[in-house]
Design a protein around this ligand. Structure first.
Ligand SMILES: [Fe+2]
Length: 264
């Protein structure tokens, strides 16, 4: 299946996905750059996840190997998918404790940034957090919740995903700075130090009503981050009835964007 210029790779009958020498070299260079940037910036759960996964650094990891570790740790799994899947398929996989992962890797021309998630983002960004039990329970409940809600609310639930799973920060007790757990940040060389240290973005305490009211752009560094205090906080949110909160967000209206419109 094709999405833009990238073609997703299909596993063979044993689940093995073939990568070229150049693709493996791109992985190695991405890992080496992130490893030099991330110390002091990421949360304990992410660091622990990286330790547990023991990702190869000289070649693209095999999703089936990662799946084995995740199953052992949290009974989660990763599922290779085409670059674009329907929201229904995405939510169903999460509800079944499977994380959908695109299999292609970016080219050198898009080494620093690409809009669609590639396997570096999926593995380096998402998989370490999938070794954390409460975080994976949140992911499952999020998927179940999305499947149970009227479609008219889904865009707000996508904001929850964006400001947590993709761009979430956590305030760990005793730490002087917030730490990263969001996959979109931790897989970006530029946004990792920016999210933690820059004076430009605002960092707000996580509040679900506020999240539902906050717009975002996918193609720029974020202008707003939400900080949780623990992963229990996320799990508790998806166990409550969110429809009244979403209705309240609609009633109060959306916050004005804190970023310029696309193309401006
Ligand atoms: Fe992602």
């Amino acid at each position: 299946m094709k999405s833009g210029k990238y073609v997703s790779k299909v596993p063979d009958s044993t689940g093995y996905i073939e990568y070229t020498k150049e693709e493996n070299a791109i992985w190695a260079d991405l890992v080496s750059r992130q490893k030099s940037i991330l110390p002091g910036l990421v949360c304990d759960a992410y660091r622990h996840g990286l330790d547990v996964l023991k990702l190869p650094e000289d070649r693209v990891p095999q999703l089936k190997d990662i799946g084995q570790v995740l199953k052992r740790e949290t009974n989660f799994d990763v599922e290779p998918v085409p670059a674009l899947i329907s929201p229904h398929k995405f939510f169903s996989l999460l509800a079944n404790r499977k994380f959908p992962a695109a299999t292609f890797i970016r080219t050198r021309e898009e080494f620093d940034y690409l809009q669609e998630p590639d396997i570096f983002h999926e593995i380096w960004g998402h998989c370490p957090m999938l070794t954390h039990q409460t975080y994976t329970d949140f992911m499952q409940k999020y998927g179940e919740l999305a499947l149970s809600l009227d479609e008219k609310y889904i865009w707000m639930l996508q904001r929850l995903f964006w400001f947590t799973v993709e761009f979430g920060l956590i305030k760990e007790s005793g730490a002087k700075t917030p730490k990263i757990y969001g996959a979109g940040i931790v897989s970006s060389a530029g946004e990792s130090p920016y999210a933690v240290h820059s004076d430009v973005p605002s960092r707000k305490h996580f509040d679900i009503l506020d999240v539902f009211r906050t717009p975002y752009r996918i193609d720029i560094f974020q202008t707003v981050y939400f900080m949780i205090e623990s992963f229990d906080e996320l799990y508790d949110v998806v166990r409550t009835d969110l429809v009244p909160v979403m209705e309240k967000a609609l009633e109060k209206g959306m916050h004005p964007p804190t970023f310029p419109p696309k193309g401006a």
